[in-house]
Design a protein around this ligand. Structure first.
Ligand code: 5GP
Length: 117
């Protein structure tokens, strides 16, 4: 879990203290390329607001969470995969969450079978 007084990895990236490949930015979120892509397109949609995990989000985060979904669709379209992409949110360490600053994975560019691993 993140230490409340310490920046998360993604806050450091958002603040440009660590490098990343940005593909989109607005006042509420950024989108970067995943450093260890699971597919030809693997983007991370990250809110500027630090929410540790989806299950920590509050009713007041509703509009922000909706915005992240809309941005995910936009960047998938911009990458050429508007009609074939997967959105993933890992919630909790047991569900493979490793960075405790909520983010949506946008994955595309290869066949995506179901169920996921
Ligand atoms: P999680 O496992 O929390 O759902 O996803 C975290 C994602 O962040 C992983 O897919 C991982 O590859 C990615 N990641 C970890 N460190 C960095 C980094 O320094 N830069 C970028 N661009 N992605 C990272």
């Amino acid at each position: 879990m993140a230490d409340a007084g310490k920046k998360t990895l993604f806050e450091k990236i958002i603040d440009k203290e660590l490098p990343a490949q940005f593909v989109y930015e607005d006042e509420l979120c950024v989108v970067i390329k995943d450093i260890n892509p699971a597919a030809p397109v693997h983007l991370l949609v990250i809110p500027r607001k630090r929410i540790e995990m989806l299950s920590d989000s509050k009713p007041e985060d509703q509009a922000l969470l909706g915005h992240l979904m809309l941005v995910a669709g936009k960047v998938a379209r911009d990458a050429g995969y508007g009609d074939a992409f997967r959105l993933v949110v890992n919630n909790g360490a047991a569900a493979s969450q490793s960075v405790f600053h909520i983010h949506l994975h946008v994955i595309a560019g290869r066949p995506l079978s179901w169920p996921p691993g």
